[in-house]
Structure formats: structure tokens, C-alpha cells
Design a protein around this ligand. Structure first.
Ligand code: NAG
Ligand code: NAG
Ligand code: NAG
Ligand code: NAG
Ligand code: NAG
Ligand code: NAG
Ligand code: NAG
Ligand code: NAG
Ligand code: NAG
Ligand code: NAG
Ligand code: NAG
Length: 839
């Protein structure tokens, strides 16, 4: 940078520069008042990820000041003078006399300034932060302007996407005009607040072009395709400013060290990219098809991309408004009611259910607490056209036209109910009654014919049907093979560490000094001890920066747990999810081996569940169940590695300050080969009572064995009773007990008495049902975690019937099993066992 300083600060900047060189840092990240950056000079953020400087877009000769990634200078994330380009390379960037950042062209006239009125600072400085934010500070080092609050077309992790308080729109990002022209383009992106926050793209005339669907507290409800969009759907979080209650979205990538950016392209599409070391991988593209385009089919019509014959269809009870245009494929007119509503004349109307829908736009939230009340509040208002009662949003009603209704296949199972005159509902019934009669007649005919055939060709039929089954199985097997994920990819790389002579791959995991950890835990003082387990003790500590940590110290004398120690490092370093405990680092020094985690103030779930039940209200429990389910789903499907935890239990679920669950203890976890759907082990590890039958008895484990453990855990959470507390009772296990009550139609009695009054019975029964499905004896009948998450999120899913679970692993008393020395886990009476299966 140009250092033609004529003020006393040149000395300090020189010292700064020298310091920097001595630290071998990547470059200078700061510009001070009085310094001048010429075309060609750069600021580089502290970790060398972002650069600020002058650039020309490809095929353009204009010069702009902007911020881009060092690894890809074409990926510009911010532009200062986007609508006033400089024509030559004589431009400069500096902090002006008033303390504002300013870009001057060759003639010395300003093409851009940061625009903070009356700073009157003579020692302002601007720093390019590690997250890509350019921050301008005044004399008192307070940030008075930053680029994150004045973004161009790119949303970066760390930015706040505000949601208006006054129910209005906030437009934050504006696309470039074209690939080579950063000036203000046709499309903008922002949020709308009313009826549940959504992200929206607007076009040049201010019309909505795309919307994400209403936020339900966890994700956006209108985006289909779970696997493609997983990182998008799971990364967002809605927070509130403490002081004034304004809300904003933030985005946290699942892998915080991977570069990730969202940007609104000049063609009006929002794209998310992740840097994979060599290139940008596209994770999201919206709108992705014509049905994603706002109200593509007009009002009162649904858009279904996967039905090629007719994309647009009027809702039942509606007909095209302009029949001739509609038949020509001009959908813009939409649909209209066949029969007027009776409400105005004082007669009630009926409601028709639409399933698997992106909910219509312009919803209104009504503060009622049940689906029935929601229905009533719509029924009682003649201008209400539809209602929905959605998990995480509660009651929504629509006044006026139903706009932008889209059929989305997999996600959410959202449904809404729209108003129709009874005649339109009855019509359908009559027809369907007729159809049923015809179908049953035809069916009866077929049955007679079939019985006759059966009787004549009994043997032949038997053989052929067996062949049929075999073929089917073969197909299923092939399918599961093709859905393989990368497995070996994670296991090579330069940064390895040695543990007892074994090389262990260690991706970007900080190593802590023994002395640091000792100081943090007050020299492993007894007072700081959180618990004691077979592998060693766990201590609470506080790093010099104030961050609280939990330290698991592997006991020196026991050779036990070394495998688990390595395993945990390998796995946890690669995993990041809000429902997995975060490994902050490790310590390996001589015989000392320690794992350092984030500290969880609320300890483990069993502390609450089996001791302080009353403190866990129903909502909290549901939150915990869903969190665990998401964490597991991430392990099974969405993480880069596919992982089976193998030791899921209440004591391995930690709770943070907000009672969010975090799965911990990956000592037993196994990475699951891409083309492998189940595996066999001679060493059966896990905890009795949580182990699936096929695993406990045959050592066969698969993701479905985790589902089993999840089911047990779910029942424990709902019932507030330990699985093992039934050993000496007539039921022998929680599962048997739950089945008995379930089968006797007394499922409500499974629910923990301390919350039975306050819980939502429907939801609780749904949870129990899901729990029962997860503990089915045969892995085949257990759902996958993806299905479990879907079922949990749906309001009233149609769930398969539960078969009686007969197996109960806790029936075998653990007392007659040899328990290897010190295999128990901190703060648990349930014992993690490890034994050689007799195979
Ligand atoms: C730049 O020009 C070349 C040649 O005309 C063209 O192939 C390329 O697509 C252009 N790049 C952009 C970003 O417009
Ligand atoms: C500088 O000013 C001259 C005369 O006003 C003008 O012709 C020229 O384009 C300007 N140059 C820049 C870089 O703005
Ligand atoms: C900055 O302003 C303060 C007060 O206005 C003055 O005392 C100081 O000398 C100024 N510093 C420089 C470097 O101009
Ligand atoms: C610096 O900015 C902060 C925040 O705007 C303000 O409170 C403070 O007074 C400013 N300091 C000076 C010296 O102007
Ligand atoms: C959903 O994802 C699959 C593959 O992951 C892809 O083939 C399909 O086109 C996607 N559907 C939509 C609507 O984007
Ligand atoms: C609310 O407070 C935050 C800082 O806590 C501030 O950035 C934001 O502008 C405030 N919003 C309003 C509407 O006052
Ligand atoms: C932007 O809008 C203008 C005017 O409507 C249009 O001519 C132009 O093609 C649009 N540009 C893009 C990239 O869509
Ligand atoms: C499509 O139909 C609307 C009315 O429904 C009409 O105004 C418009 O002109 C039609 N567009 C075309 C391309 O025919
Ligand atoms: C119906 O609901 C809307 C929106 O809540 C409200 O503005 C309107 O006054 C209500 N009408 C009646 C008759 O209650
Ligand atoms: C609405 O339905 C009722 C009951 O089927 C019927 O009697 C009535 O005629 C319908 N209203 C209109 C406007 O057709
Ligand atoms: C996280 O991203 C970094 C940088 O791209 C990569 O090296 C690492 O393997 C990623 N970790 C996981 C768990 O994906």
C-alpha cells in the first residue's frame, strides 16, 4: 500500500508493518486515515481469505473497488462504487479528512463514500475482518460503518439479514446488471415479515418473483428437495436483538471452515456456493424450475412440476377464469370458484384439505392454540378463504385470494384447508361413492377369478411368486448401493498426528497445550470435576478468553479407551451440526491425552429426565426429541461421512443453556461405507436396553440400530422413565410396558405424569407412535431417520401400524455379563458394555 504519510502516524504504521512481517501474516488488513490505497494495492483479511482492492469484471475495462476471495478473484462479494465505475487505473481508496472511506477517480472526484454524517474523526481506520466485513472505526475504535450492513449482491456467513418489525419488506441485496456490470440490476432479495418470515426475490417492477415459504422456527417451509437443499435448510437461524426485539436471520454453514456464499445473480436466481478446495460447488439454486416462479399458475391453482401432462391445475371446486387462454397454456388468469360461498347468507361452508403444499402467500397469524380453534376463527370470518395449523407456526389464515400455491413432494407434508361451498364437497362424495361401488364390484369379480386361478394353478403360482420376490429384493439392494456417499475421501491428507505410534488424520483440529488446559481447569482440581467414567474424568474449565470448556482426560494408567479416543477425534473433527457436541481441540502430550469440548451448562439429559422431570415441560421435550432426530439424520445421511453412533442414550445427550440437545460420545461410532448398508462386528459395544435385537444378538449393525436406540430414548423422554427401571417389574422393559398400554388404548398413560396435563395429547401420541415404530423387532419395519424427522415435523402424518415388539435386550440382566474394567460413562447408571459376541 502507498505509505506516503505526512503525519505522525507513519511511525506507528511502520511498526505495524514490521510486526506483520515478523508474524509472517498474509498481508495488511488495515488502512488508516492519511494512508492511500492505489489501484493494485490490496488489503488482505487476517486469515488470508478475503482481499479488498481494485478490479475489473471479466471483459470489462472499468475499474471498481471491491472485496473478493483470495482463492477466486472472480468471486466478488462486495463492490463499493458499483454504479460509478472508474475509467482508468488512477483511482485511489482512502479515508477522507472527515473520517469517511472514500474512492476517488483519477481526477480526484469522489465516486463512492461510506456516507456516515459528521464523524469528525482524525484517526479513523478501516479493517478487513476475517469474515469479509470491511469495518470503519472512529477515534474511539467504535465501528461506525461496515460493509455487512451495506451489502451488494452477496450474503455471507456472519451477516444479519433483518426481518422488519413493522410487518414490512426489507430489501437487502441487489443483483448486478449483467455478468460484467456491477451496477444495480433488475432483482433484489430480502425478507418479508407478515404471516411468518420469508425470503423473497423481487423483479425490476417490484413484483415477487420467488419466495422461500414461511419460516417455521427451524426452516423455510416452501423449498422442496431435502437432500439438495439440506445445507441451506438447516443452516439458517432466526434471532432477536435483545434490546429492541427486531429479528434477523443468520446463516451458519454446517462446516464453519468451508467458504460459503449466497448470491443473487443478474438473471434473478439465488445461488449458494461452497468452496471445495478447487472449485465452487453449487448447493442451492432458486427458483429452480418454473413452478418455483411466483404464482406461476395464477390464483387458486396449484403448480406441480413433476406432472408433465398438466403443470397447472385449478384447486378442486375451482375452474379456469379464462378457459380459452388456460387451454392454450396461458395460466396467468388463474382460477375462480365454481360455486359461491354461503357464508354471507349465514350458512356455514366446508373445508377441503390440500396436502404436500407450499402454503399460499399473504398468510395472517392468529393467536389460537389448537387446530379446531384455528378452523373456527376461519369459519367465523367470511373473508377467510383458508386456514392451516402448522408445526412451529401454529394457526395461519388467508384473507382473499390464494396466491402462489405449489405442490412440493417430499418436504414437510404441509397441508392447508380451503373454504368451499358444501355443494362442491358433496359432489365429490357422490362421485367417489359411485366409484367405490364400481371398484368393489370389479374387485369382487377379480377376487372370484383369482381364487379360481389359485385353485387351478396352485403350485405353479407359488413358484412364480417366489421368483418375483427374489427379483424385487435384488432391485432394492442395487438401489441402496447406488446411493453411496464418499467414504474414503475423508482419510488422506497431510495434517496427521501421531497417537501411540498410530497416525491419525486430523483435519484442522486445534491442539491445546497441556499447561493451558491445566490452567483452565485449575490443575484438574477436584472442584471442577464434572464426572468420572471408565475412560477418565471430565473437568470443567475456563480458557483465558473466558470460553468455558469441558475436558475429558483419558486416565493414564488404563490402556482402555485409546481406540475410542482416536475414533472421537477422527469423527468429531469432521462433523459439525448444531445438535452434535462440538470438539474444540485435543491435547496429546506424553501420556496425557485429552479431548476438549464446548461446555454444556445443563449437563446431560438423564440428569433432568430421571431426576428433575418437572423442569422439562412438553415443549422442551419435543424440542429435544426433534434436535436428536436432526442430529442423527445428519450423521446418517447429511454429513460427508455416514456415521452410526452405536451408543445413543440419555446420558450421551448433552443440553446447552437453551436446552438444545447435542449428541455426544462418539467413541463407539463407526463410519459406514458408502455402499454398505449394514455391517457386522465381533465386538458388540453399546448399552443394554438401547441395543437393537439384531445388533445385541448377531452383532449386525446398521443405521437402523441407531433408530432403535432413538426409539428407546424417545419413549424415555416422553415417559420420563428409565428403560432399565423396569427390569424387576412385570413388564421387564419400557418397550414392553409401552406396548401394553398402547395396545390397551391407554397410550396417554405412558406420558410422564408431571407433564400429562400440560402436554398436547395429539402430539404426544404421535411421538409415542413414532417411538414404537422405531423399536420394532425387525429393522425392516423401522423408519429411517429421514422419515422420523418428517413424521415429527408433520402435523398429522399417516403412520404405519405398530407390530408388537417382543424382544427386549434389557431382559438379560447385565449382572451376569463380564463388564470390562471401567467401561462406564460419566454420570450414568446405565453401563456401556463391550463384549465379544460369540460368533
Ligand atoms: C468474455 O468474452 C468472451 C469472448 O467474447 C466470452 O466467451 C465470455 O463468455 C465473456 N465472459 C463474460 C463473463 O461475459
Ligand atoms: C477528468 O476530467 C476530464 C475533464 O473534465 C474528463 O474529460 C475526464 O474524462 C475525467 N477523467 C476521469 C478519470 O474522470
Ligand atoms: C486530532 O484531533 C484532536 C482534537 O481535535 C487533536 O488534538 C489532535 O492533534 C488531532 N490529531 C491529528 C493527528 O491531527
Ligand atoms: C465514535 O462513534 C461512536 C458511535 O457512533 C460514538 O458514540 C462516539 O462518540 C464516536 N467517537 C468520537 C470521538 O467521535
Ligand atoms: C431433487 O434432487 C434430485 C437429485 O438430488 C434431482 O434429480 C431433482 O431434479 C431435484 N428436484 C428438484 C425439484 O429440484
Ligand atoms: C435494534 O438494535 C440493533 C442493535 O442491537 C440495531 O442494529 C438495530 O438497528 C436496531 N433496530 C431498530 C429498529 O432500532
Ligand atoms: C432487466 O430488465 C430490463 C427491462 O425490463 C430488460 O430489458 C433486461 O433484459 C433485464 N435484464 C435481465 C438480466 O434480466
Ligand atoms: C394471458 O391471459 C391473460 C388473461 O387471462 C391476458 O391478459 C394475456 O394477454 C394473455 N397472454 C397471452 C400471451 O396471451
Ligand atoms: C376477518 O379477518 C380479517 C383479518 O384478520 C379482518 O381484517 C376482518 O375485519 C375480519 N372480518 C370479520 C367480519 O371479522
Ligand atoms: C351451496 O351448497 C348447498 C348445499 O349443497 C346448496 O344447497 C347451495 O345451492 C349451494 N350454493 C350455491 C350458491 O350454489
Ligand atoms: C470443512 O471444510 C474444510 C475446508 O474446505 C475441509 O478441509 C474439511 O474437510 C471440511 N470438513 C468437513 C467435516 O466437511
Amino acid at each position: 500500500m502507498g505509505t506516503k504519510n505526512k503525519n505522525p502516524f507513519s511511525v506507528s504504521s511502520l511498526i505495524f508493518l514490521l510486526c506483520c512481517l515478523a508474524r509472517f501474516c498474509y498481508g495488511v488488513d488495515i488502512i488508516r486515515q492519511g494512508e492511500t490505497m492505489k489501484d493494485g494495492d490490496k488489503l488482505v483479511s487476517g486469515d488470508g481469505v478475503f482481499e479488498l482492492g481494485f478490479f475489473s469484471p471479466e471483459n470489462s475495462s472499468f475499474r471498481y473497488v471491491g472485496i473478493w476471495y483470495k482463492v477466486d478473484t472472480e468471486a466478488v462479494v462486495w463492490v463499493a462504487n458499483r454504479d460509478k465505475p472508474m475509467v482508468n487505473t488512477n483511482g485511489v481508496l482512502r479515508i477522507g479528512v472527515d473520517g469517511n472511506l472514500v474512492v476517488l477517480d483519477g481526477n480526484g472526484s469522489s465516486v463512492w463514500w461510506s456516507g456516515v454524517p459528521s464523524i469528525l474523526s482524525n484517526t479513523s481506520f478501516a479493517r478487513l475482518q476475517k469474515n469479509g466485513n470491511l469495518e470503519l472505526s472512529n477515534d474511539t475504535r467504535e465501528v461506525i460503518w461496515d460493509s455487512f450492513h451495506h451489502p451488494t449482491d452477496t450474503f455471507l456467513p456472519g451477516m444479519k439479514l433483518p426481518v422488519s418489525l413493522s410487518m414490512g419488506e426489507v430489501r437487502c441485496f441487489r443483483s448486478w446488471r449483467s455478468a460484467i456490470d456491477p451496477s444495480y440490476g433488475n432483482y433484489s432479495v430480502g425478507t418479508i415479515a407478515n404471516g411468518g418470515p420469508q425470503i423473497v426475490i423481487w423483479d425490476q417492477s417490484g413484483r415477487r418473483r420467488w419466495r422461500s415459504g414461511q419460516w417455521n422456527g427451524v426452516t423455510f417451509t416452501g423449498i422442496s428437495n431435502l437432500s439438495d437443499t439440506a445445507s441451506f435448510l438447516h443452516g439458517f437461524k432466526l434471532s432477536e436483538h435483545d434490546d429492541n426485539g427486531t429479528r434477523f436471520f443468520t446463516y451458519e454453514p454446517s462446516n464453519s471452515s468451508a467458504l460459503s456464499r449466497f448470491h443473487i445473480r443478474y438473471d434473478g436466481t439465488v445461488r449458494q456456493f461452497r468452496w471445495d478446495g478447487k472449485k465452487w460447488t453449487k448447493l442451492l439454486l432458486q427458483p429452480g424450475n418454473k413452478c418455483d416462479l411466483y404464482n406461476h399458475c395464477g390464483n387458486y391453482a396449484t403448480c406441480d412440476y413433476f406432472v408433465s401432462s398438466s403443470t397447472c391445475n385449478c384447486l378442486e371446486g375451482f375452474r379456469p377464469k379464462f378457459e380459452d387462454q388456460w387451454s392454450k397454456g396461458n395460466w396467468s388468469g388463474g382460477c375462480e370458484r365454481r360455486t359461491e360461498l354461503e357464508c354471507q347468507r349465514g350458512k356455514p361452508d366446508g373445508f377441503k384439505r390440500m396436502k404436500c403444499m407450499k402454503l399460499p402467500d399473504f398468510s395472517n397469524l392468529v393467536p389460537v392454540k389448537s387446530r379446531d380453534d384455528c378452523r373456527q376463527s376461519c369459519l367465523g370470518n367470511c373473508s377467510c378463504t383458508a386456514y392451516a395449523y402448522v408445526y412451529g407456526i401454529k394457526c395461519m389464515i388467508w384473507i382473499g385470494d390464494l396466491v402462489d400455491v405449489q405442490h412440493i413432494d417430499q418436504s414437510g407434508n404441509l397441508e392447508f384447508f380451503y373454504r368451499l361451498n358444501h355443494s362442491d364437497l358433496d359432489d365429490k362424495k357422490k362421485i367417489s361413492n359411485g366409484v367405490i361401488v364400481i371398484i368393489s364390484l370389479v374387485g369382487a369379480c377379480f377376487l372370484v377369478a383369482f381364487l379360481w386361478l389359485l385353485w387351478r394353478y396352485k403350485k405353479k403360482l407359488k413358484v412364480s411368486s417366489m421368483v418375483c420376490c427374489k427379483d424385487k429384493d435384488a432391485v432394492v439392494l442395487n438401489e441402496s448401493k447406488s446411493s453411496s456417499t464418499e467414504f474414503s475421501a475423508g482419510f488422506s491428507g497431510p495434517s496427521d498426528i501421531l497417537i501411540d505410534g498410530d497416525q491419525v488424520n486430523r483435519p484442522e483440529l486445534p491442539i491445546f497445550n497441556f499447561s493451558t488446559v491445566a490452567a483452565a481447569t485449575n490443575n484438574f482440581c477436584e472442584e471442577n470435576k464434572l464426572g468420572q467414567g471408565g475412560f477418565g474424568a471430565v473437568y470443567k474449565g475456563k480458557l483465558p478468553g473466558g470460553q468455558e470448556i469441558a475436558v475429558k482426560r483419558l486416565s493414564r494408567q488404563s490402556g482402555q479407551g485409546l481406540e475410542e479416543f482416536k475414533n472421537e477425534i477422527i469423527l468429531l473433527a469432521k462433523l459439525q451440526h448444531r445438535n452434535l457436541v462440538r470438539l474444540l481441540g485435543c491435547t496429546i502430550q506424553g501420556e496425557e491425552k485429552m479431548l476438549i469440548y464446548e461446555y454444556m451448562p445443563n449437563k446431560s439429559l438423564d440428569n433432568f429426565l430421571f431426576a428433575k422431570q418437572a423442569e422439562l415441560d412438553w415443549r422442551t421435550r419435543v424440542g429435544i426429541i426433534e434436535g436428536i432426530a436432526r442430529g442423527l439424520l445428519y450423521l446418517h445421511r447429511d454429513s460427508r461421512l455416514r456415521i452410526i453412533h452405536r451408543d445413543l442414550k440419555a446420558s450421551n445427550i448433552l443440553l446447552d443453556a437453551e436446552m438444545n440437545p447435542k449428541i455426544s460420545d462418539f467413541g463407539m461410532a463407526r463410519i459406514f461405507g458408502g455402499n454398505q448398508n449394514e455391517a457386522n462386528t465381533v465386538r458388540v459395544v453399546g448399552t443394554y436396553g438401547y441395543m437393537s435385537p439384531e445388533y445385541a444378538m448377531e452383532g449386525l449393525f446398521s443405521i437402523k440400530s441407531d433408530v432403535y436406540s432413538f426409539g428407546v430414548l424417545l419413549l424415555e423422554i416422553v415417559s420420563g422413565r428409565r428403560n432399565t427401571s423396569f427390569r424387576s417389574s412385570e413388564y421387564t422393559s419400557l418397550i414392553a410396558y409401552a406396548w401394553q398400554l398402547w395396545n390397551d388404548d391407554k397410550a396417554m398413560y405412558i406420558i410422564d405424569p408431571s407433564i400429562r396435563e400440560s402436554c398436547c395429547p395429539k402430539e404426544a401420541l404421535k411421538c409415542i407412535h413414532i417411538g414404537m415404530l422405531c423399536v420394532q423387532d425387525s429393522a425392516m419395519y423401522r423408519p429411517t431417520m429421514a422419515t422420523v424427522v418428517l413424521m415429527l415435523e408433520s402435523e398429522a402424518p399417516t403412520l404405519p401400524k405398530v407390530r408388537q415388539p417382543t424382544y427386549s435386550s434389557s431382559r438379560r440382566s447385565i449382572d451376569d455379563q463380564p463388564i470390562p474394567n471401567g467401561q462406564e460413562i460419566v454420570s450414568s447408571n446405565d453401563v456401556t458394555i463391550s463384549m465379544i459376541a460369540g460368533r
